[in-house]
Design a protein around this ligand. Sequence first.
Ligand code: SF4
Ligand code: FES
Length: 362
Amino acid sequence: MSDEKKMFKVTIDNITIEVEPGTSILNAARMIGGEVAPPAMCYYTKLKGSGGKCRTCLVEVAQGSTADPRPMPKLVASCRTNIMDGMVVKNITSEKVIDARKGVVEFLLINHPLDCPICDQAGECHLQDLSYEHGASGTRYQFPRRTFEKHDLGPYIQLHMTRCIMCFRCVYTADQVTNRRVHGILDRGEHAEIATYIKTALDNDFIGNVIDVCPVGALTDKTFRFKNRVWFLKPVDAHRDCPKCSGKVQLWYRGDEVFRVTARKDEFGEVEDWICNDCRFEKKKTADWVIEGPSKIDRHSVISANHYVGAHKPTEIEPEVMGRPPRLLMDIHSVSQVNQPSVDLSLLPGPAHSDDFNGKEK
Ligand code: SF4
Ligand code: FES
């Protein structure tokens, strides 16, 4: 008998690939990549048992398998449904899926406070991306949103329960990555909340990873809170010889100051290597790290905004359009005294600040 493993054929959005038996639809779609990969708010490759909570990854199975070609009667969660040989799946090519996803986003936003302007997760929030890409422009919800009693989770982690979407990722992380879980989901349904049962700080060695897995701004880094916007920072890959973890991180710089340290993430926003609390919270000096170079950032990410390397400045076209030089050309720089032409904005490390124009040292 041949040792060769039988592979399963699957067609997703008209693209056919072969995958190993036991592969989920979501992971098969991720192999194709791009828009074919459904969004996932609760599934996390590294966390056993994750998925099946948020329903953002719903897809249509137009043909169950070659052996039984009947379609599946309802949309299925792609993170929890495995490929069968000859399966045909529709993601962005299915109107039903697009419509259902819009409905899921509406549900996820029912209790979400939409406080993006003051939320530290803004710019890297999966719910923000999901609602831009799949949501409706308005809400039909007219009732008060849920509120919770505040829980203090200690010096490192800030909990904003109103932003939580109950994805369970932080609970699985504490269970599987740290040596002691002291938080979980208390109560059920509308009253369910992330909390520690008796007032306890989350401070065991690897607990900072809950910040990276949280898809929204419910768990954020207290040491970075309100200090900067992510799109003003420059992420740089760095490592150190850490006795506890891989020591492979991203440092987030503005100028020469490290504002925060996070784990590195892959193209689906999932952590590549868990990092310990020491690396994340205690090592915020460049001297602590060996710098590898600028991190690769998806060009669609807001984090890649504001960097104008290689930009071509437009040429003045007024004389050409008017057929003569303009008689009066107001120089906005000399009038406003704000933007001085001598200051090259593209060379500033971050957004311009008034100190950049008045010659003051920052
Ligand atoms: S706090 Fe964040 S990671 Fe935890 S369940 Fe809520 S949304 Fe998910
Ligand atoms: S990612 Fe599949 S249900 Fe949440």
